[in-house]
Design a protein around this ligand. Structure first.
Ligand code: FES
Ligand SMILES: [Fe+2]
Length: 395
């Protein structure tokens, strides 16, 4: 089964087509942009989309990328613009080792971007090609994503990966596990994608399903949140955690999981710039291996006004039961598609730049996100969450 499964936007094509027509009559009615956070790792695309010797293009935070994999396996992310005169490098050639520009044939080593040859030079020239660099960004494959580090403007060439923040990863708690992933493009800016991700109040309306819940199941909830302060001086990895300890799990679904009689702990962390980690752990019956399920969901800016949601999950529950992965993917894809369809509809309204309301307590995590983002961008201000708090809402 291919690792890459892009959730096809069922109604997006038709809605987007309508939007285009209407846009012609509506001055400036493209999607509102937002400020983006550079100096972070973002997933640019799936690794299995480029085999050895292949390239592909991607757009990340509005930066055009030429992604690829050298014949020796090394992955790379070049700025898809030739430093000579700006033609996309993707218009040229890749021989599995070097990228050659289509216009005047300059050649580049793709991982570091160094120019290796300028065909027009003669013995009378003093220009040294190896002093010239095309844009090339750190690129690492993890959990099947190709993560790319996009530096802040003016940061200079990055030569030492050890000086960068760590590449995000789904936590894993045993040697054997299964994994799956989902992606969906969202026609709104990254802020709307992220606050949609942490929004508890939309569940009963957007995610209605006989197997999940209905509107009638709305009830009051109390959740504990605590600050996540992170290690970085710029507050780049700061966020907040929702933690819960379920009482002894004796219900039928838990018995099915093989965790009868044990404590189940769930934590959901949101950390800047765009990451939601969910971890569910339970001690196994009879002292076996712990049962766990973990996921990393990211909402990544493609441009200042569009984004993509990526979910990667890993688990060891049901390890030996057949068909669990396709079933999990089916329900996961449906869940993500419900969010996606709602945001496609929301994007219709956002073109008119309406004012926004964030209400207590259900939208408080969204307020924290905006405060954390401002703090990261300006380097000023305190963590919006001083101490653990309890939030109440109905969902
Ligand atoms: S534009 Fe690329 S080599 Fe001239
Ligand atoms: Fe949702």
């Amino acid at each position: 089964m291919p690792l890459l499964q892009v959730v096809q936007p069922v109604s997006q094509t038709s809605i987007l087509a309508t939007m285009k027509l209407r846009d012609d009559n509506l001055p400036g009615a493209t999607q509102p942009a937002t400020e983006l956070i550079f100096g972070e790792w973002y997933p640019a695309m799936r690794g299995d989309a480029v085999r050895a010797g292949e390239t592909a293009t991607a757009l990340l935070l509005g930066v055009p990328l030429l992604m690829g994999r050298r014949r020796d396996g090394a992955v790379f992310a070049m700025r898809d613009l030739c430093p000579h005169r700006g033609i996309p490098l993707s218009a040229g050639w890749f021989d599995g080792n070097e990228v050659q520009c289509k216009y005047h044939g300059w050649r580049f080593e793709p991982c570091g971007g160094q120019c290796t040859e300028i065909p027009s030079l003669t013995q009378f020239d003093v220009l040294q090609p190896n002093k010239i660099y095309a844009g090339a960004y750190p690129c690492v494959e993890r959990d099947g994503h190709l993560w790319v580090y996009l530096p802040e403007a003016g940061a200079g060439r990055i030569t030492d990966l050890n000086k960068l923040p760590p590449v995000p990863e789904v936590p894993k708690f045993s040697a054997k596990f299964r994994s799956a992933h989902l992606s969906a493009e969202l026609p709104c800016n990254v802020d709307h994608g992220i606050i949609g991700l942490m929004d508890p109040a939309h569940g009963p309306f957007v995610h209605q399903a006989w197997w999940w819940r209905s509107r009638a199941s709305i009830h009051e909830k109390t959740k504990k949140f605590e600050p996540v302060t992170g290690e970085r001086a710029d507050g780049g990895d700061a966020g907040f955690r929702m933690a819960s300890h379920a009482p002894s799990a004796n219900s039928a679904p838990y018995r099915l999981l093989g965790v009868y009689g044990s404590e189940i702990t769930t934590t959901i962390d949101f950390v800047l710039p765009n990451r939601r980690f969910e971890t569910i752990r339970a001690g196994a019956r009879g002292g076996g291996e712990d049962k766990w399920f973990a996921s990393l969901t990211t909402v990544t800016p493609i441009t200042p006004s569009t984004c993509r949601i990526d979910v990667v999950a890993a688990w060891n529950v049901f390890y030996n039961v057949p068909f669990v992965k396709p079933i999990a993917k089916f329900f996961g894809a449906r869940f993500v598609r419900q969010d996606q369809e709602t945001m496609v509809e929301q994007a219709e309204g956002l073109r008119f730049r309406p004012a926004m309301m964030l209400i207590d307590d259900a939208d408080l995590p969204a307020k924290w996100y905006f405060a954390l983002k401002q703090r990261r961008l300006t380097g000023q201000g305190d963590h919006p969450l001083k101490e653990p708090v309890e939030l109440h809402w109905r969902s």
